[in-house]
Design a protein around this ligand. Sequence first.
Ligand code: NAI
Ligand code: MG
Length: 490
Amino acid sequence: MKALIEALNLPEDNKLFIDGAWVQSNSPHRYSVIDPGTSIPLMSNAIACADDIEKAVHSSTQGQQNWQELTPSERALCLFDLARALEECLQEFATVEAIDTGKPYSEAQGDIQVCIDFLRFYAGLCDKIHGETIPIDPTQMSFTIKEPVGVTLHIIPWNFPLFTCIRGIAPALAAGCSVIIKPSEHAPASILKFAQLTAEINFPSGVINVITGFGLPTGELLCQHPAIKHITFTGSKKTGTQVLKCAANNMTTCTMELGGKSPAIVFGDADIDSAVEDVFVASFLNSGQVCSCASRIILDRSIKNVFSEKLTSKVANSDMGHGMTDRQFAAINNQTQLDKIETFVNQAIQEGAEILIGGKRHIDPEHPNGLYFLPTIIDNLPPDSALLTQEIFGPVICLQTFEDEEQAVCLANNSEFGLQAGIYTRDVTRALRISKKIDAGQVNINQYYTSEVYIPFGGNKSSGFGRECGAGAVENYLKIKATSINLNIE
Ligand code: NAI
Ligand code: MG
């Protein structure tokens, strides 16, 4: 505990980050932040109340005006400075992230590196945002300008805390908006450390505020606030629906990133060894606590046995331990999530499914109170099993079998979600034909995860709407004003 608090460089009983400084919450309520690899409490945070939120909104409103008045290249310099500052303490951030989320250290390191990439990408966009002229007729001149929407709210989950945060705030800041960040109560530490970093480099105050607390009341109070002009939410469909209801009252626009039940389809002509390696990462990165992870592996009958044997053997040869020991598998982020995973797997067992490997909790001899679940591969589920339709969000994957291309597409699309899909085949024409038929925001061929910064990311159907990443994401935080001039007036 002491080591993390020291690494965080924060007061033990945490305060809120408002207007460039740590301020005492008006709420007496606190929650504990836990290292899920050991179940040891790390720090305690305020559960912010309505008064705190008013303070943050006031600061963000003023901060946004000041931020907007900087030149675009001045804003770019601030973001480049932030990227460099984060790069200088990448290891410290990775340590905090690994301990608080439970993930393996090298995965956390990779996540922080992507945060730096995001800050630089959007820093470079700050001075490239502009409208267009529209030639309608000779008697009129029309043009558009793009203005920042104002104060934006970013509600963050626990699986990739700093990454999800920066993915949303970097384009918002580039667009000239200020941001209020509400980290998840299950993993707020890296975002608080990030707030501290902004203070250390004298990032303009009021532009980035951080408010801690649970979804209720803190998150909901923020979503209800009329001064919030855009909400970027990443989390469950259930909570996303609540957020949308609050947003509707104020006509607040939203970007919704709500998870999935994504398929990886492997054809008989695929490079099987390479597909096994790729699907292993696609399914088990961050122990499957990834919105876009491949949780349904849809296999051509001709290679079903060989594929599942190779994948099962790869899992059998993998290792599990505390995130800081950096094995392939580490802790599940929180007790509720661990219980949810266990309930799903027990249901599969009751339904008569075959557990090829795993299927139960793991007790780490070094950390018997840590939250661990063995990587699990399930076969022969009944077609109507909830495990094939609901998001498990853990190291649990289900195998399905297809006879032909049509059935593969049908199985892949048989989900309320539509976030991502992987297709493995040497036949590129077939891959493209199937890609067109799959209802998902991202389809990747002979690979699963791609480079996050540059490529638009988001979901269809219950996976949400709007796209993050890439140059287009700044548009989420801009409003267009069209101006038309009558040229006939002399
Ligand atoms: P959640 O969706 O409840 O929490 C996400 C964020 O929303 C947290 O910051 C939370 O404090 C906040 N929140 C909760 N209720 C709110 C409300 N009424 N108004 C405003 N903000 C609110 O997710 P939770 O409970 O942590 O995990 C539940 C399930 O969600 C997981 O089992 C998983 O299936 C899914 N999930 C999906 C993620 C994704 O990347 N799409 C990330 C995390 C969880
Ligand atoms: Mg934690």
